[in-house]
Design a protein around this ligand. Structure first.
Ligand code: FES
Length: 392
């Protein structure tokens, strides 16, 4: 039964919406008032008022089954406490519930928003991340952006969640999350929420079922200088002592090391060994630093600490059989790295005159590692720039 109740008057924040007798007779009644469509229910001598739109996918709630004080939406069976609007199915969200007063046989409803929408949608995003529910993440992201919230706010929420609730540390999800944030300035307005959602969902997926991470505190009142912290950090990473390394890193952040120093500390430790985790470690460090630049280095200690486990526990290619046998690739690389400073210095004076020899690409695509290293060094010595080498 639908009723448009005419002649409503405002008293305080309450508006008159129906006659009590009508609600009693109907059991449940629909009223439209001030852009709201309200479902009234009469139960145990009490009138309840909830928003008629099921927060899951919008099915009308008026006329839904109401048993033992629980309203059940007939579409996907989300259940709501009639008195508070709170749901028992977190994928559906709470339904807005309005205070009711009975005055002289009339039903009066307070339509003031029961909760701050910004706080509500932030909480819903947190719920979606915690329970890894894509629909909740999508709806809350859309709602926050629609309200004009800066995208860095949900981005930061994803970073804090992903670094806190995944003991394995920074991984693919947080990398995707940062890539999506980086893309945002180049996307059409309608595509921005989709990109953010994609990143947030990847974070929630990575954290689903994972134990949380408790970041160690910095050294107390530390007077240790940055060079010493960096040296300790590299040493602890070498022996795979993630906890000790983490303490050095957060101490460096707390004592005011700047972004370049922190990047230097991380990349030095990552390149002390050959090609950690086939390059993923370097990529993860890079993305974490980009993420911090986006949010002005908020939450830097916990975000950076999430990199340490990956650094300490990464597979090291020099320890793998395939890099040592039948050809010792590490020995070839060590020799090439020794020659590099001299080669670059000789080649610098000839830059601009180098042209790519025909045989170079077939060698690079071939299967002789020593020949590949020699060809690259020869090219640099002949004036090829690092950039030219990189795009070959
Ligand atoms: S629309 Fe109500 S449960 Fe899905």
């Amino acid at each position: 039964m639908t009723q448009i109740f005419e002649g409503a008057k405002k008293t305080d924040d309450y508006i008159r919406v129906a006659q009590l007798a009508e609600v009693q007779a109907a059991g449940s009644l629909l009223v439209h008032k001030e852009k709201h469509t309200i479902a009234l229910f009469y139960l145990n001598n009490t009138v309840y008022a909830i928003d008629n739109r099921c927060p899951h996918m919008g099915f009308p709630l008026q006329g839904s089954t109401c048993k033992d004080g629980i309203v059940t939406c007939p579409w996907h069976y989300a259940r709501f406490d009639l008195a508070s609007g709170g749901t028992f199915d977190s994928w559906a969200d709470d339904v807005p519930c309005f205070p009711v007063e009975i005055r002289d046989g009339e039903v009066w409803v307070n339509l003031a928003p029961p909760v701050n929408p910004h706080t509500h949608h932030r909480q819903r995003l947190q719920d979606g991340l915690e329970q890894n529910i894509s629909l909740v993440i999508a709806k809350s992201t859309l709602a926050l952006l629609d309200m004009g919230v800066n995208p860095t706010e949900p981005f930061l929420m994803g970073l804090e969640f992903g670094t806190r609730y995944n003991k394995a540390g920074w991984s693919t999800g947080l990398t995707i999350h940062t890539c999506m944030m980086n893309l945002l300035p180049y996307l059409d307005v309608e595509d921005k929420p989709r990109a953010l959602f994609h990143g947030l969902s990847a974070v929630a997926n990575d954290s689903a079922g994972a134990p949380p991470e408790f970041v160690v505190h910095p050294l107390p009142n530390s007077k240790v200088d940055f060079a010493t912290l960096k040296s300790w950090f590299r040493q602890f990473i070498q022996v795979r002592d993630a906890e000790a390394a983490q303490r050095c890193l957060v101490s460096a952040v707390r004592s005011g090391a700047n972004s370049k120093q922190i990047a230097d500390m991380l990349f030095c430790a990552a390149t002390d060994r050959r090609y950690l985790d086939i390059g993923h470690t370097l990529d993860f460090i890079n993305k974490a630093l980009e993420a911090l630049d986006t949010i002005a280095w908020q939450a830097a200690e916990s975000i950076l600490a999430s990199l340490v486990s990956g650094l300490a526990n990464a597979s090291r290619m020099e320890e793998s059989n395939s890099w040592r046998y039948p050809v010792d690739l590490v020995a070839i690389l060590e020799s090439a790295f020794e020659q590099l400073p001299t080669v670059l210095s000789v080649g610098k004076s000839q830059q601009g005159s180098w042209s790519q020899p025909e045989e170079l690409v077939p060698i690079l695509l071939g299967e002789d590692p020593q020949a590949i290293a020699d060809s690259l060094l020869n090219a640099l010595k002949a004036g090829c720039t690092e950039e030219q080498l990189g795009i070959m």
